[in-house]
Write a protein that binds this ligand. Structure first.
Ligand SMILES: *Cc1c(COP(=O)(O)O)cnc(C)c1O
Length: 721
């Protein structure tokens, strides 16, 4: 049904040939990430070859292709495993072949979803953080809903960096090369049977581009790649790293994604009904669509109107300076040829400015995306207001509230983020098929009736699982840094699956203010040492060029890692865990009891990790910014005021005070107040209330339905004057 079907089938068959007959369904499973949101799938692959599964980072193609024939044959002698394989494959096949519900969009004209990063699973390292994970969740949900969608991104040979800290806690970066032949991706062939090629002009090159396909359920994700022998080294580097450190290379990446993406879809015969730009990076695609419309005879004055009919844009960056801009010379050096295709240098640069007439203003992709799209949306209600004020200058004469930017609040893919004990609990109590109605409050009403001890048992199981997994990992982190042996051993001794566990993990940028909790180390340590001690788990990557953020990582590291004089007493009840990625996120958002988020308002566009926590029965303690403004109702978590205060130092001090007060006076006592069965009943009430109020409103089901009904449908073209 989509380009690359034959290539996928060939790859599946090649892999299946290497497997004993009873395990052959695994080859089909391996080449479609649909498995990763079946709760038991990972353990099925793991059972084939546990060690290899871990070493290859849960990449099923690499695991199967790298397992000895004798090991595979041994695995195939287990009737239990063979039955699990058959059962899993049956469920996935049934999902992929079921008749989708009737939709307003026709399958022949899918939504084309463009993004510079996609976080689908930790084994496909094409994401850095929230933007990519959200994009991955959208694809999965589109698959579940049967919404016709294709996605376009880049295949980065080295992905995003990995993080390691030196003994002082200062961040070091390293990159791991991935081999596309060992990823669940296939090269798409053209009609001549040879790998499809498109070209994109960059600098003085005609970049040769290859197209790969990864399947995310029913949604094909097409990934562009310039690492080809035909390209000179600079050209090959364009798809080396996500958000490359060189501004020039980033410009080349944006041309590749936007222009190259539209060209690739066209070369494959895909005719989208709408192009969804997720963040501004792919906006240059608008110029290519314009060129196509012109080539098909569009007349010159209303062509841009037609372009606008085909694009929608989601903005994620609520800070003006976060929307990268470039000077004329930088742009023309890399994108001179693109500018010529786009109607010449002056027009090209003008469309990227908030004020097109101000020749001194640098150009960026966000203003271009806003101009190219018939619908622009922010990602939470509060972010909508921030975005309208921020871009008002592009709409002279309009009041802030009339700036045409709406919002679709983010949501998370529940089947991906809700971990097993909670999923099984809700499967038992909410009835079969409840997930398909995750956006209906009635679906969640049944949570009220779940016995407290069952909720508590699921929470306890999730916390224990996380601590068990992290003990080893933290010990190894410490041994690798050659930390004192007693400190290394402390992780094993002192981390405790029954203690109140507070988590705190995300991309480290100064506006996220992760330093607040460390601003008062005496108070933080007192909490870890008290009669009812808490554990503090933190993680997050700083941008490689952001020294300030790296110093925050270091500060987090130093408090979370007790100094030699105190680790005996503290027992090491805090840890900074290196290399935050989706796998670590899964553990932390499911195992932590409380999730802290203290961005400087109003700079959090939405935030999604707190939603993942809520779906696992964890509670949020957050500044009232982004999604939490919409979610918090006074009883489903804790809140710190979200006022904007120009005096940052005093706001920081106030917020740090509120944070500690809430922890000391509410969170810790509520968690430790137990009934005769040892159950913290008030806490469990809050968990239930959190599930019932957040459950229906922050799922990807609600989010994608909003895109489907409010954003994608095209208004009939107004009659031209
Ligand atoms: C969900 C997620 C994020 C986004 O977290 P925020 O709360 O939006 O900052 C970032 N990284 C990973 C790995 C995630 O899974």
């Amino acid at each position: 049904m989509y380009p690359g079907d034959a290539d996928l089938l060939r790859a599946v068959n090649l892999l299946a040939e290497q497997l004993p007959a009873p395990l052959q369904p695994l080859a089909r499973l391996a080449y479609n990430y649909r498995w990763c949101w079946e709760p038991d799938a990972s353990s099925v692959f793991e059972e084939v070859n546990p060690n290899r599964w871990r070493v290859v980072g849960q990449n099923p193609v690499a695991m199967l292709a790298g397992t000895l024939r004798s090991t595979l044959e041994w695995a195939a002698t287990s009737p239990k495993l063979v039955e699990r394989v058959r059962d899993l494959a049956g469920r996935v096949d049934a999902d992929l072949t079921r008749e989708p519900m009737m939709r307003s969009l026709q399958p022949e004209h899918p939504v084309a979803f463009f993004c510079s990063e996609f976080g689908v699973h930790s084994s496909l390292p094409l994401y850095s953080g929230g933007l990519g994970v959200l994009a991955g969740d959208i694809l999965k949900e589109a698959s579940d809903m049967g919404l016709p969608m294709v996605a376009v991104g880049l295949l980065y040979q080295y992905g995003y960096f990995h993080q390691r800290t030196d003994p002082s806690g200062y961040q070091q970066e390293y990159w791991i090369e991935s081999d596309p032949k060992r990823l669940p991706v296939v090269a798409v062939s053209g009609s001549d049977g040879r790998p499809l090629r498109v070209t994109v002009p960059v600098h003085d090159l005609e970049l040769q581009v290859q197209v790969w396909r990864a399947d995310i359920g029913r949604v094909p994700l097409y990934l562009l790649d310039t690492n080809l022998a035909e390209n000179p080294p600079m050209g090959r580097w364009v798809t080396a790293r996500l958000y490359d450190g060189s501004r020039a290379i980033r410009l080349a990446q944006y041309a590749l994604l936007g222009l190259g993406g539209v060209r690739a879809l066209r070369a494959m015969g895909v005719e989208p009904s709408v192009y969804h730009l997720n963040e501004g990076h792919p906006a240059l695609g608008a110029f290519e669509v314009e060129r196509l419309i012109r080539a098909e005879g569009g007349s010159s004055d209303d062509v841009w109107d037609e372009v606008r009919q085909r694009f929608v844009f989601t903005t994620h960056t609520p800070v003006y300076a976060g929307n990268e801009t470039y000077h004329r010379d930088e742009i023309m050096q890399m994108l001179g040829a693109v500018a010529q295709l786009a109607g010449g240098e002056e027009r090209f640069l003008a469309l990227g400015r908030s004020n097109p007439d101000d020749a001194n203003e640098p150009s960026g992709l966000t203003p271009l995306a806003i101009r190219a799209a018939r619908s622009v949306n922010a990602v939470s209600a509060r972010h909508g207001g921030v975005a309208r004020a921020m871009w008002q200058q592009m709409f002279p004469g309009r009041a802030v509230e009339d700036v045409p930017i709406t919002h679709v609040t983010n949501g998370v893919h529940v089947a991906t983020w809700m971990q097993r004990p909670m999923r099984e609990l809700l499967d038992r109590h909410l009835g079969a098929g409840w997930l398909a109605h995750a956006d209906d409050p009635l679906t969640w009403a049944g949570v009220e009736q779940i016995p407290d001890d069952e909720i508590w048992a699921a929470r306890t199981a999730l916390r224990h699982h996380m601590i068990d997994e992290l003990r080893g990992r933290i010990t190894f982190d410490r041994l690798r840094r050659a930390d004192p042996i007693e400190l290394a051993l402390a992780a094993e001794r002192a981390l405790d699956g029954d203690l109140l566990t507070i988590g705190y993990a995300r991309r480290i940028a100064s506006y996220k203010r992760l330093h607040l909790i460390y601003g008062d180390p005496v108070r933080a340590r007192a909490m870890m040492e008290s009669e009812h001690p808490v554990q503090l788990l933190t993680a997050g990557k700083a941008h490689p060029m952001d020294d300030g953020a790296k110093r925050i990582v270091q500060a987090m590291f130093q408090i979370a890692t007790p100094r030699p004089s105190s680790y005996r007493r503290l027992g090491g009840r805090g840890a900074f865990i290196e290399d935050y990625d989706m796998a670590l996120a899964s553990l932390l958002v499911s195992g932590c009891d409380v999730w802290i988020n203290i961005p400087r308002p109003p700079q959090e566009a939405s935030g999604t990790s707190g939603m993942k926590v809520a779906y696992n029965g964890g509670l949020n303690l957050s500044v009232l910014d982004g999604w939490w403004c919409e979610a918090y109702d006074g009883r489903n978590g804790w809140a710190i005021d979200g006022d904007v205060d120009p005096d940052e130092a005093s706001q920081d001090a106030r917020h740090a005070g509120s944070l500690f007060e809430l922890l000391e006076q509410q969170v810790i006592p509520t968690f430790n107040e137990r009934d005769e069965r040892g159950i913290p009943t008030r806490w469990v009430q809050m968990v239930k209330h959190s599930l019932m109020t957040i459950g229906p409103r922050f799922s990807a089901t609600r989010m994608v339905r909003e895109y489907e009904t409010r954003i994608y449908p095209q208004e009939p073209l107004s009659p031209r004057s």
